[in-house]
Design a protein around this ligand. Sequence first.
Ligand code: GLN
Length: 239
Amino acid sequence: MVSDTHAGMEPVTELTAHRMGDVGRSGSVVVGVLALQGDFAEHAVALRRVGAEVHEVRTAEHLSRVDGLIIPGGESTTIARLMIAYELREPIIERGRAGLPIWGTCAGAILLAEEIVTLDRPGLHLVPMTVERNAFGRQIDSFEADVAPGELEGGPLHAIFIRAPRIRTVADGVDVLLRLGPEQEREPVAVQYGSLMATTFHPELTEDGRLHERFVGLCAEYAARVALQPGLAAAGGSG
Ligand code: GLN
């Protein structure tokens, strides 16, 4: 086990472990949260609320032990710089390409994009979409909105956008989970590409656990695949 597990962390109960498939290498699904900058602590709380075990990720060694990774909101320029300084950028790219579920929220969504408008350092280029930073304009840097449930079950989802980016284009194969805005101009605010998810808002700041549940489900599926084919996680880049 990695040593930086949060103190006071709730153990995964038999019930939640069963619900999530009880398939991880440690007997439960271990979700990593990239803990270099930004609101990783809020994601950890939200993940525990839906029954996941959470590890903070600051090194490649930490990364090698998780069944999924959340890249939180914060400042994409800073996180991009720190990912390089902590020698995490290449390992994250390799594991993401090899099927590790990765979910980027806000700054994290920017970093996942193949093309980023106005980021002056390299991102991860994992999701074939174009994302523009700070694209809602100065006057409305931050706002809240009820987003139609789209691909999710249940009612509208309350979404908090903080100096949010906009997803300008998505390639074929990228599923749009949620859209914002009036009928004519409904733009993507949550997308999924295989096991990769990106949301331009902050689901970790509301009580609605639907997106965290969805992501933990992807992590459980991944952990089950790794259990059958251990080389998948160990090699990272073997595809
Ligand atoms: N504006 C920030 C950036 O470009 C993202 C904001 C956020 O993550 N809340 O990195």
